[in-house]
Design a binder for this molecule. Sequence first.
Ligand code: ADQ
Length: 457
Amino acid sequence: MGRVIIVSNRVGPLKDTGKAGGLAVALVDVLRERGGTWFGWSGEISEAGTFSEMKKEGSRSVELATIDIDPTDNAEFYAGYANRTLWPVLHYRLDLAEFSPVFEAGYRRVNQRFADRLRPLIGPDDRIWVHDYHFFHLAAELRAMGVGNPIGFFLHIPFPPVDMISALPRHRDLVRALMAYDVIGLQTDRDRRHLVDYLREEAGGFDHGDGRVEAWGRTSRIHAFPIGIDTEGFHGFAETPEAKRERSRLERHLTGRRQIVGVDRIDYSKGIPHRFRALERFFDDYPDERGTVSLLQVAPPSRGEVDAYADIRRELEHLAGHINGRFADLDWTPIRFITRGFPRRGLAGIYRSSRVALVTPLRDGMNLVAKEYVAAQKHDDPGVLILSRFAGAAETMGEALIVNPYAADEVAAAIKAALDMPLDERRARHFALYRRLLEGDAKTWANNFISALEAVA
Ligand code: ADQ
C-alpha cells in the first residue's frame, strides 16, 4: 500500500495542542497508519510566495510540508476567489458574491503553483487526498504534469443546485476541473445530487447508478461521506478538569438559570442574526421565560478583511445591545456575546453546562458544533439540540428539533419545547443521536474515503 498525501489550505497540527479539531486528528491518524505528507499553505505571506523554500516538520514517515503565498495571491486567491466568490456561491449567497476575472486568474495561478510544488513529493504508489474549495483545479493541474496517481477530493462546504452554481462565470471550467479527480466526496446526499444533476444537465453526463458518473469523457466516483467528530474523545473532554473549571465558572454566574449555547465562527452562513431575532421572539411569545434562561453566544471573528464579515459583526453587536436593552434586568442579561475562541476541553465544558444548543445556520456543509454538543452531553441528563434543516448534519440527526432558521416563531417554539422537554424524551433523543455519532465518527469518515480511493487504484 502506498503512502497518503493530504493537501489542504491550512495544515496540521501533527501533535495535539488542545486546539486541533477532530478532523485534524483523524487526518493525522491516516498519515500515521500509512505514512505520508500533509501539504498546504504555511499561513505566511511573503514576497517569495509560492516560490519560497518548502518548510518541513515532523518525521520522514509523517511530515508537514508548507509553502508561503505572496500578497497578490492572498488578495486574489484566498481573500478573493476562495472567500469572496466560491464561499458565497456555494452557500447559496449570490447576493454577496463578487465576480472578478482577476480573482479567478489568481485562483488558477495558485492551484497551478501548488501542483508544481507538490509534484516532486509524489511517489509512484502514493494516494493523494485534496480538501476543499481552495483546490478545485489541483488534480487537473497535476494530470497536465503527467501525474497518474489516484487523486480524491472532499468538499467540506455545500454544493448548490444547478441554477445557483451556473450563475458563476465560467462555471463549466470549475466543474470540469473537478472531474480530473478519481473520487469526489460531498458531505450529504443532497450535495451529491446537486453535482450529479449539474453534470447531467450542463455536460450531458451519465450516472451509472453505482457511484460512477461520466462527463466530458472522464469517469469519477461521486459519493457522500458525511464527516464526523472524535465522538468518544469529545465526550471524554467534557469530564476533564479544564471542562469542569469552565462549568463551575458558568454555574456560579447562572445561579440556577438555564443556558442556551451558540458556537460559531462569525460568518453570514451561520445565521447568527436570525438566531438573535428568534430569541427576541421567544421572550415576546413566552414572557414568563424572561429571566429564566439566557443565550451564551461564542463567536470568534474570521476573515475580517472581507467586508461582509465586518458588517455581520457590527450587526450582531447592535442586535445583542438592542435585545439586552429591551429585556435585561439588574441581575439578568438575555444574551452574552463572547468573540473569542476556547480550547476544546473548555468548550466541551461549556456545551455540557448548556441545556439547549441553537445550531441554526442558513446553509452549512455539515456543522460539527451540532455533533460536538451532542457528544459532550451527560448521558443520563442530556441537553436538547435545535438544528437547522439547512445544515448538512440534519440529514443524519433527525432526533434533534429540526427548524427553519428563517422562521423566528418556529425557532422560538422549538426553544420552548426544548426547555420543557421531559427527561425521558431528552434521553431517548440523545441516545439515538449519540449512537449514530459513534458509528459515523471522524475516523470512520477518513477510512471510508481512503477505501474509496484504494478501490480506484
Ligand atoms: P466551519 O464552517 O468552520 O467548517 P463547523 O463544522 O461548525 O464549521 O466547525 C467549526 C469548528 O470550530 C468546530 O469544531 C468548533 O468547535 C470550532 N469552534 C467554533 N467556534 C469556536 C470557539 N469559539 N472556540 C473554539 N472552537 C470553536 C467547515 C464547513 C462545515 C463543516 C466543516 C468540516 O463550513 O460545514 O462541517 O468544515 O467539514
